[in-house]
Design a protein around this ligand. Structure first.
Ligand code: ZN
Length: 249
């Protein structure tokens, strides 16, 4: 079974369509680590597409905020403005679907899905110390997480007690880099963000996991950022959110 792993789509329909075209024919099912909406100009298009793909999806903090399940007091003014706009745009059906998304961790097809961290769906995992708790707790050898919008991950060996940070991003001139997973090691992997990458590479990120063949591919695909930016400006979304798409930060 080849699993297409999507995360942090953030209502960016152009990035999602481009990623799906690149991944066409390479997967058997889709999973999504949350933040379907928020920031971007296409909340209904992206939510409807994820529903149409029948992607097993867990909720992210922006999905919770947009549907009123989480207060936005902690959000900065720019993120809050996007949350309010998103809520005003979503159709009743899409709003309902987003509000009913399950919380991670969720085990599917031999992997575990979380939005932030295993112990807390809203927590960011950037450092090995933050990753360790989850690596020790997870019920599966491979756990996928999102939330940071940084493609990459960690591996941990129980026997040698060794935790490694993995550099998994394809080079700028390449679109795929492959990780060979080793039985006995535990992995915490971030497929990268579809709709708002923040790791310095503006290309949309995703992963394709084939656990039978012990391989996880990390993809980056360029998409037409300018068309998304013009829709964001037309919707009067904050300019800071428009600009960061070109920077990948
Ligand atoms: Zn996000």
């Amino acid at each position: 079974m080849r699993i297409l792993v999507l995360s942090d789509l953030h209502a960016n329909a152009t990035a999602l369509e481009t990623a799906l075209t690149a991944a066409n024919g390479r997967w058997d099912r889709v999973v999504c680590l949350g933040d379907v909406v928020g920031y971007g100009p296409d909340p209904n298009e992206v939510t409807s597409k994820i529903r149409e793909l029948d992607a097993q999806t867990i909720r992210g903090n922006h999905d919770k905020a947009a549907t009123g399940l989480m207060p936005t007091d902690d959000f900065n003014p720019v993120a809050k403005a996007a949350v309010d706009w998103t809520r005003s745009q979503l159709s009743p059906e899409n709003l309902k679907w987003l509000a009913e998304l399950p919380q991670g961790p969720l085990a599917v097809n031999g992997i575990v899905l979380v939005h932030g961290a295993l112990q807390d769906e809203d927590e960011y995992v950037f450092t090995p110390a933050q990753a360790l708790e989850g690596l020790l707790d997870s019920a599966a050898g491979v756990t996928f997480f999102g939330h940071t919008h940084h493609q990459g991950g960690f591996s941990y060996s129980n026997t040698s007690n060794n935790l490694e940070m993995l550099n998994l991003r394809p080079r700028p001139s390449e679109s795929v880099s492959a990780l060979r997973t080793t039985g006995g090691l535990r992995y915490l992997l971030n497929p990268g963000s579809i709709g708002q990458p923040r790791d310095g590479d503006a290309r949309a990120g995703f992963a394709i996991a084939d656990l039978e063949h012990e391989i996880v591919e990390f993809w980056r695909v360029p998409y037409e950022i300018a068309s998304v930016q013009s829709r964001m400006r037309a919707a009067r979304l904050p300019e800071a959110l428009v600009q960061r798409l070109s920077l990948g930060r």
